[in-house]
Design a protein around this ligand. Structure first.
Ligand SMILES: [Zn+2]
Ligand SMILES: [Zn+2]
Length: 550
């Protein structure tokens, strides 16, 4: 049987990364991530892939290989393990972070976690798997080289090529170049997140140096907000504080927990034994001696930083003379919340530094020149951009074409890629569903599972996939209607067909000019389908139109 590769998520969207490899004898996933909802998904905490598509391969499913510990790569593992009892492979820190998630689902003891070295090589059924280190905004990241009878495949995971890697381990470009020379690479799957950024991504070390300058020159407290998974940067804060005679108070549950995990596993060292300061003692030191390291960089409403800005936090209240540093990206969709917290910080008397005005953040993803280095090193026969919205994937594919990759191609979620003796055959498209999870009430597995089902049965969801030409507005693909928890449970295939017709009608009624505006047609489709389902089924499912412009 040929090798079959199916992206279950992350190709055409940000998050939900998961890819199936299946040669008919053995199968495995690379990553099982979640996606945070956009503002159309009210009441939804996150979205996970529908792993139901794995049922057919269940007997040969050998496990899931994790690239790194970010939620968009590990966040759905707990849900996967509830249905498929398979081993989870990952580096030690990745598994350490995963353990927190498993514990929340009561799966901690049950899961088989297999630690990997960053350059480890092992057999997984009929596959020969080799991890290789990559630099990213979380330590211990890897990509994978996968060998089987039908070729040699490289999956980069998320990566950048940091010339000054914080842990001294660079992205394994040399290893990949050697692989290309010695064995040749059938296909490369490469991270597209930053394909729109020219040049090179700055090294992580820059941020530590900039923070040290801020700590040195600020007369008062410095409050640094960032993602708690960015262990390298937390280390940078500790070192900068030690250099400038400050101590660091940790704030936020995940910050405290991740620092403990990283220290425990040896991914972080304390530059001074007394560098950490209990939060409740932070007022006992003079302001010039204090750094508060907190979560809440995205302006989340009940996060520690927001509470500090609103002067509602138990231990830290922003006052005149404080400097607040948002050491993170303004994630699209969160801009308004971030602006809101910045305004409150100013109103409370703080100065605020962030990535738009100061070098207090660098990305964890490769910019264009680094992406070219990756393609140049691997020199694959086939190239598939992964991780990103369609426009990122298409730009990245175009780059690979310009660099002379013989077959630089676009694949989206559900596309079935079959390789037989190194040659690609496209075997159509498989519906890949999504589950919407209202994560509140976690803790007890049983009630949690029931809650998922209840949520789906009560509300359900209908996804519309439609690809339109960005120049003419003509339909290039679809509309495909995928329903979960609503229509299929009523056994009514006909209503899906009717829904499809309603989408087509809506498209027809939309003027030729308006068809080019995906936001407008998206709103029209959502409105029309909501009306239809309400009338026909007396249900109000979550309608999720995915309009792709190609
Ligand atoms: Zn990542
Ligand atoms: Zn990612």
């Amino acid at each position: 049987m040929p090798l079959r590769i199916v992206p279950l998520g992350g190709l055409g969207e940000i998050g939900l990364n998961s890819m199936l490899f299946d040669d008919g004898e053995s199968a495995f996933l690379i990553d099982a991530g979640l996606m945070f909802p956009d503002d159309t998904m009210l009441g939804i905490d996150f979205v996970i892939p529908d792993f139901g598509v794995l049922r057919e391969a269940a007997g040969r499913l050998r496990g899931v290989l994790l690239t790194h510990g970010h939620e968009d790569h590990i966040g759905a593992v707990s849900f996967l393990l509830k249905e498929f009892d398979v081993p989870v492979y990952g580096t030690r820190l990745t598994l350490g972070l995963l353990r927190h998630r498993l514990a929340e689902h009561g799966l901690e003891g049950a899961a088989k976690l297999v630690p990997l070295e960053r350059s480890g090589r092992f057999r997984l059924g009929s596959f020969d798997i080799e991890a290789f280190p990559v630099c990213h905004s979380i330590p211990d990241g890897v990509g994978y080289i996968l060998r089987c009878g039908d070729g040699v495949f490289v999956h980069t995971g998320d990566f950048k090529i940091d010339p000054r890697p914080p842990d001294g381990v660079p992205t394994a470009i040399e290893r990949l170049a050697r692989l290309a020379a010695e064995e040749g690479v059938t296909a490369l799957f490469s991270d597209s997140t930053n394909v729109e950024r020219e040049g090179y991504t700055l090294p992580e070390a820059f941020v530590g140096e900039e923070l040290a300058r801020i700590f040195e020159s600020s007369p008062g407290r410095v409050i640094v907000a960032m993602f708690s998974s960015n262990i390298h940067r937390i280390q940078g804060v500790l070192s900068a504080a030690a250099q400038t005679d400050r101590r660091v108070a940790l704030c936020g549950k995940s910050m405290v927990r991740n620092v403990a995990t990283a220290l425990d596993l040896g991914y972080m060292t304390l530059p001074r034994p007394d560098i950490l300061l209990p939060l409740e003692e932070s007022e006992t030191l003079s302001d010039r001696k204090v750094v508060v390291l907190t979560t809440g960089s995205q302006g989340e409403p009940r996060s520690a930083l927001t509470l500090m800005a609103l002067r509602e936090h138990k231990h830290v209240r922003i006052r005149e003379g404080d400097v607040a540093v948002l050491s993170s990206k303004f994630i699209p969709g969160n801009e308004r919340a971030i602006a809101n917290v910045i305004n409150h910080l100013f109103l409370a008397g703080a100065e605020v530094l962030h990535e738009k005005i100061s070098e207090v953040h660098v990305s964890g993803h490769a910019s264009r020149e680094e992406l070219k280095v990756m393609i140049g090193a691997v020199r694959p026969e086939y190239f598939f951009p992964i991780h990103g919205d369609p426009r990122f994937l298409i730009r990245h594919r175009n780059m690979a074409r310009e660099l002379g990759v013989p077959h630089a191609e676009l694949a989206l979620n559900g596309d079935i890629l079959e390789f037989s003796s190194g040659v690609l055959f496209r075997a159509g498209n498989q519906a890949v569903g999504r589950f919407f999870v209202d994560g509140k009430g976690m803790g007890d597995v049983e009630s949690f599972v029931l809650k998922d089902r209840y949520q789906l049965s009560q509300v359900g969801m209908v996804m519309v996939v439609l690809a339109l030409s960005s120049t003419t507005g003509e339909i290039l693909y679809g509309p495909d209607i995928v329903a979960r928890g609503v229509v299929t449970e009523n056994g009514s295939e006909a209503s899906l067909e009717e829904a499809r017709e309603i989408v087509l009608e809506t498209w027809e009624e939309t003027g030729v000019e308006a068809r080019k505006d995906t936001a407008e047609i998206q709103t029209d489709i959502r409105r029309a389908l909501r009306r239809y389902f309400n009338k026909r089924l007396q249900r109000k499912p979550v309608i999720l139109p995915m309009i792709l412009e190609l």
